[in-house]
Design a protein around this ligand. Structure first.
Ligand SMILES: Cc1cc2nc3c(=O)[nH]c(=O)nc-3n(C[C@H](O)[C@H](O)[C@H](O)COP(=O)(O)OP(=O)(O)OC[C@H]3O[C@@H](n4cnc5c(N)ncnc54)[C@H](O)[C@@H]3O)c2cc1C
Length: 486
């Protein structure tokens, strides 16, 4: 299985001499650091999710691949676990290690974006944030690849977990556009992973690559021409429990049929204010009307807005903030989140799920939301690649759910977790023999290590553990929910 594994490229890292502590080793190897005494320390280790602060033993702040290699060698020589951080948006603060005491390697300075105009292949530093990546690709010949909506998310963690956004049903996941990655392995060497070099690592990186296999420094993506006609739609749904169940049932059927073309990307967004059916269709307005009519006609023909926009305007609209982000991006939230990836829900599960929304969620006064994405189905570019195309384990999931419950100030209440746990349980209890997936990019730290491994990677986990054993036999790269050894 592990054919061509460990075909290394690049120089060996500096061998670390015995040092009393990690800071001395990093200093000796000329690796830039943010020290605990530095005024930037607090900001550097501040997590996106303020609910989950952790303290690294040290922070490396490299600008070159050689410095990443040296930092890894230092940590290995001292037996210190290593966690890379790109954009720092892990829901579980996994960029900090998900626990105290890791060497955090902050990769924010790896942020170049360069398109080869002959091949359309873009070379992207892992610390580049999605908003900057999108605008830079567009400025270099109106190129693009499919990715998520938040401009501050780092391309590194996003792609390694899959990477889903408003063009994924049409063009695939962000990780499906990845054609090559350079990564520093546990022994300090630099490897290339692609379809032809270290293909098993390449397979593992695209869906399970966060932390577990090494530190990716550069990614190469096959870009596409950014679509010029983006039909952006939003319908407000004024529905009760039974009507909402019907809407969901209609959407589930739609996603699973040829009536939903690949050009259609659609979600239901629900919060305390109401329910919206929104998305993007790539094509003309008349093609959009043909494609959406099977849905609208079955849910009472709601009124809404339909506008044709350009690619960047569409991304900006769904970002709800400017795409440009600074090196010192400083946005944070305090929240608990969960996810589910489901094939077809049965009637009992749908009934319980929407009863919970109607009777319980609507009376929760915190700032919660639920996103129900039509992720897969017959025409979905994600599903079409086949279940084992990469380690991303959810290609057959028709629907993807993100549950998010946040507080605008103060700490998240200790009795708050049951709100989302119970909502997810409405489905899992109604379909007790189904193994449901969960999306690792919406990491849920309330899962145990083995629950996370099973839910994030389903039937791919055994192969992932085998690759892990070969690539990182000492488990240098880990966090509480990373891939373990066989
Ligand atoms: C506001 C917001 C909106 C989001 N929207 C979407 C969305 O639309 N679609 C979607 O799919 N996801 C979305 N996400 C989830 C996001 O994709 C994940 O949280 C992702 O892991 C963040 O990547 P990061 O580099 O910013 O985070 P980090 O915290 O830096 O990293 C996340 C994980 O990846 C590992 N990692 C980071 N860089 C590397 C590297 N170079 N090499 C190896 N491992 C690495 C880290 O160790 C950690 O385990 C959103 C998250 C937030 C906070």
């Amino acid at each position: 299985m592990l054919r061509n594994l460990l075909l290394f490229a690049g120089p060996l890292a500096v061998a670390a001499a015995p040092f009393a502590d990690i800071n001395s080793c990093l200093t000796s190897a000329s690796v830039p650091q943010i020290l605990k005494s530095d005024s930037k320390w607090g900001q550097t280790i501040k997590p996106f999710n303020l609910r989950l602060p952790f303290t690294p033993v040290a922070v490396a702040y490299p600008t070159t691949v050689a410095q990443v290699q040296a930092a890894v060698s230092c940590a290995a020589s001292l037996g210190i676990t290593v966690s890379p951080k790109s954009g720092g948006h892990s829901y579980a603060s996994h960029g900090l290690g998900g626990e105290d005491g890791h060497l955090m390697i902050d990769l924010r300075q790896f942020r170049d974006v360069k398109v080869d105009s002959a091949t359309g292949i873009a070379s992207v530093g892992v610390g580049a944030r999605l908003g900057n990546v999108a605008t830079s690709l567009y400025s270099q010949g109106q190129r693009a690849f499919s990715h998520g909506t938040c401009p501050g998310v780092g391309v590194g963690g996003h792609v390694l977990g899959g990477g889903y956004g408003y063009s994924s049903r049409t063009k695939g996941l962000a990780s499906d556009a990845l054609v090559e990655a350079s990564l520093v392995l546990a022994n300090g060497t630099l490897a290339t992973a692609s379809a032809t070099q270290n293909p098993d690592i390449f397979w593992a990186l695209r869906g399970a690559g966060a932390t577990s296999y090494g530190i990716v420094t550069t990614m190469k993506f096959q870009t596409f021409a950014a679509p010029s006609q983006n039909v952006v739609f939003n319908y407000g749904l004024n529905v009760n429990q039974a009507q909402m169940k019907n809407v969901f049932s209609v959407l589930q059927d739609y996603a699973n049929s040829t009536a939903m073309p690949a050009e259609m990307n659609m979600r239901v967004f629900i919060n305390r204010s109401g329910v919206s059916l929104m998305g993007v269709f790539y094509g003309t307005q008349s093609a959009f009307q043909t494609a959406i009519s099977p849905v609208l006609s079955k849910i009472g023909n709601p009124s809404g807005s339909v506008q044709t926009k350009g690619w960047i305007d569409t991304l900006t609209g769904y970002a709800y903030m400017p795409l440009a982000t600074s090196l010192d991006y400083d946005i944070h939230e305090t929240f608990f989140s969960k996810s589910l990836m489901t094939e077809r829900l049965n009637d009992a599960a749908m009934t319980a799920f929407w009863a919970y929304w109607y009777n319980t969620a609507r009376s929760n006064t915190r700032d919660w939301y639920l996103i129900v994405d039509l992720h897969g189905g017959i025409s979905s570019a994600i599903t079409k690649l086949g279940a084992d195309y990469s380690s991303y384990a959810h290609r057959n999931a028709l629907i993807k759910y993100e549950f998010y419950d946040r507080v605008s100030s103060g700490s998240y209440p200790s009795n708050g977790f049951s709100f989302l746990n119970d909502w997810v349980a409405t489905v899992t209890k109604a379909m007790p023999t189904t193994q449901f997936g969960m999306y690792m990019n919406y990491a849920d730290p309330s899962l145990t290590t083995s629950q996370a491994q099973q839910n994030y990677w389903l039937g791919h986990y055994a192969k992932l553990a085998e690759i892990k054993s070969a690539v990182d036999p000492t488990n240098l790269f880990n966090n509480p929910q990373s891939v373990g050894r066989k």
